[in-house]
Write a protein that binds this ligand. Structure first.
Ligand code: ATP
Length: 275
């Protein structure tokens, strides 16, 4: 694994250096260094309030860093934000599809936002719907979709411009087990076909095991561990699960208890809208 202090190499899709964000007196992302190579599925794990969403928002240029910086496919988030936005797809925790539009209308909105040439839009939208099994629901209102269908639509709408890196903030929160498995399968399929680097946040260890080649554990704004799931499990003990790693390295219940009202309320809102 490359050290974050090495110079970014072309194969490093995400290279983060000293990235920090403060809200008032609170430092919620604290001098994070991290390198994610091309083609890797990377999972940022951590309890509620650890700083995962704040980190993603800085990487996709929705939030300015207080200190430090990062590059996405070689472009600096501080000095080249417009270029970075063309290089990333983002599926937020909260709703990004419009329930009052059909699936294909939602995709058309994103095709325009991403400035896809008019001549390519129809084919790209049809291909996107078919790639996640939604071709039969193209003209249905999204408000009538199941939670899993909404997530599948959000994944392909955020990839219409074929970004090299796709960020997903807790992609299966609020979904039932069958829908979660469907979303994992579709995610693995579309990202492999498009050669997309995946950067997800989750506190679901099964999700991390199923999807991620590499994981890092974030606790109170700092990265406290980074490696493959097997490497981290071996550090904790011969029979350790990823849950054991999470509890041992994130400070367990003490750290989880720090997630405040804002964090819990957001999780519940997401679960409600997908349920
Ligand atoms: N705009 C803001 N103003 C003040 N504090 C904020 C703001 N956004 C986030 N925070 C605080 O920063 C901390 C980190 O929040 P963040 O959403 O990044 O955590 P998280 O790891 O993504 O949590 P979750 O797993 O619940 O999504 C929390 O304590 C949160 O309340």
């Amino acid at each position: 694994m490359r050290s974050p202090t090495d110079r970014p190499a072309p194969e490093d899709v995400v290279a983060i250096s000293g990235l920090t964000r403060r809200f008032g007196q609170a430092t919620v992302v604290d001098h994070v260094d991290l390198v994610v190579p091309r083609g890797v599925a990377f999972g940022l794990l951590g309890p509620n309030g650890a700083g995962k969403t704040t980190m993603i928002k800085m990487l996709i240029t929705l939030l300015a860093p207080s200190d430090g910086t990062a590059t996405i496919a070689g472009c600096d988030i501080r000095t080249q934000p417009a270029r970075v936005r063309r290089l990333v797809g983002y599926v937020p925790q909260l709703l990004s599809a419009d329930g009052s539009l059909t699936a294909e209308e939602n995709l058309l909105v994103f095709a325009r936002l991403y400035h896809l040439p008019r001549s390519q839009r129809r084919a790209r939208i049809d291909e996107a719907l078919a790639s996640v099994g939604l071709e039969g629901s193209a003209r249905e209102l999204v408000r009538n979709f199941s939670g899993g269908m909404v997530r599948r639509l959000e994944i392909v709408q955020s990839m219409l411009h074929r970004p090299p890196v796709l960020f997903l903030d807790e992609p299966t929160i609020g979904l039932d087990p069958a829908a979660r498995r469907d979303v994992w399968e579709e995610l693995r399929g579309v990202t492999a076909r498009e050669d997309t680097t995946l950067f997800i946040t989750t506190h679901d260890m099964e999700e991390a095991e199923q999807l991620c080649d590499q994981v890092a554990i974030m606790s109170q704004g700092r990265l406290v561990a980074h490696g493959s799931p097997d490497e981290l499990k071996a550090q904790v003990g011969p029979d350790a699960s990823l849950d054991d790693v999470f509890i041992a390295m994130s400070g367990g219940a003490d750290s989880a208890a720090k997630g405040g009202f804002r964090d819990v309320a957001r999780g519940r809102r997401t679960a409600r809208r997908l349920g």
